[in-house]
Design a protein. Structure first.
Ligand code: TYD
Length: 195
């Protein structure tokens, strides 16, 4: 039987990537076999996307949405093989496409190009944070903002995330203003029933 798959989501600057590392470490200390990964992935299409996010390449929004969906399909083969013996934590998954790419594009189209990403996370941890605080955090760590990192964009994306959280019980809302260790404990409690 495959092990379980968990996604960490939220607007840029919400702290999900750091928290994912803390959770992986806590699980490893409990003796659990864990693999961490992210989307955009490290695979060929993921690399193209990362170049576009830092403006080294320029794609239409529609092309970028297709690339995110294509990267996800390629990456799924790898995730599925890892799930045979490890629990997988991913930094972003399908909900990122729904929350981010549906800002400029039609939501039904985004859902349809992602239709074959049938592997569903057992739980998605949605890190919720005021975009103003998120941008302050980003500015402390980086000099050039990435593609989506501006206030009006992040406000729309946050709202999309919250709308999905209202209708999907597998999405766990996480208050990203809480201390790091409190959040690690909270998330591990949600994962424990699936160990
Ligand atoms: P992010 O996860 O913040 O990575 P890093 O910390 O390395 O910058 O950046 C990925 C960006 O890609 C983020 O702005 C969200 C966006 N994105 C989409 O628009 N659609 C998607 O399907 C995914 C996976 C990410």
């Amino acid at each position: 039987m495959l092990k379980f798959f968990f996604a960490f989501e939220g607007i840029d600057g919400a702290g999900k990537s750091l928290q994912l590392k803390h959770c992986a470490k806590a699980l490893q200390e409990m003796g659990v076999s864990v693999v961490t990964t992210c989307q955009p992935s490290h695979l060929a299409i993921g690399k193209l996307i990362r170049d576009a996010l830092v403006n080294k390449l320029d794609f239409e929004e529609t092309t970028l949405a297709l690339l995110f969906a294509a990267d996800r399909l390629e990456h799924l083969k790898e995730i599925e093989s890892q799930l045979t013996d490890s629990l997988v934590l991913t930094d972003r998954y399908l909900l990122s496409s729904l929350a981010y790419n549906a800002s400029a594009l039609d939501k039904a189209w985004i859902e349809s190009i992602n239709r074959y990403a049938t592997l569903k996370p057992k739980k998605t941890f949605l890190f919720d944070l005021d975009p103003k605080i998120a941008l302050e955090r980003i500015q402390k760590n980086r000099t050039t903002p990435e593609h989506y990192e501006n206030l009006s964009h992040l406000e729309v994306i946050r709202q999309h995330y919250l709308d999905y959280a209202k209708v999907d019980e597998s999405i766990i809302l996480i208050d990203a203003t809480k201390p790091i260790t409190t959040l690690t404990d909270e998330i591990i409690e949600h994962i424990k029933p699936y160990l």
